[in-house]
Design a protein around this ligand. Structure first.
Ligand code: DQA
Length: 160
């Protein structure tokens, strides 16, 4: 089982940027905690950060056939990017959206997520802990998919 974590623009500045909103944790620290969880739960995890919309789209496309699920914080592109939304839709993988801050309590322009309608779930406002919650949620989603597939295979076999 493989999960790809996709991080959008300015998230490489965590720990420096607006600490009153995003807290003091650096992206590397968040990823180190996620890696520990992945190791403990025996799944593969890959991290990707870019400030460029097209690179984020490319990474999501690369997940097709390579990953089982995506955890994504598209950062500012959340509010503008139809291209990222379409890429998530195109690959058809279970995707969990994460926002460190509660975007629904912030400026009006942040209160709309272009990607939420194509995601299995959205986690907002828990700070960096949201990434941990996303991994727990993703594990649950993937287990459910696996169980459903096993059930379908068994039903198919008994019908033969
Ligand atoms: C963010 C919220 C976005 O509005 C903002 O542009 C970000 C970070 C968050 O994690 O809270 O860069 O996605």
């Amino acid at each position: 089982m493989k999960i790809v974590v996709v991080q959008g623009p300015n998230l490489n500045m965590l720990g420096v940027r607006e600490q009153n909103i995003y807290g003091p944790m650096k992206l590397e620290q968040i990823h180190a905690q996620m890696k520990t969880f992945a190791d403990e739960n025996k799944f593969e995890i890959e991290f990707f950060q870019s400030n460029l919309e097209g690179e984020l789209v490319d990474k999501i496309q690369e997940c097709y056939g390579d990953a089982d699920g995506i955890i994504i914080n598209p950062a500012a592109y959340t509010h503008t990017s139809i291209a990222i939304r379409d890429a998530i839709s195109a690959v058809g993988l279970p995707t969990v959206e994460v926002h460190i801050s509660n975007i629904y309590r912030r400026e009006e322009f942040r209160q709309k997520s272009m990607i939420a309608p194509v995601c299995a779930s959205s986690i907002v406002g828990f700070g960096p802990f949201g990434y941990h919650l996303a991994m727990i949620g993703m594990t649950q989603i993937l287990n459910e998919i696996r169980a459903l597939r096993a059930q379908q295979a068994a039903a198919q076999k008994s019908a033969e």
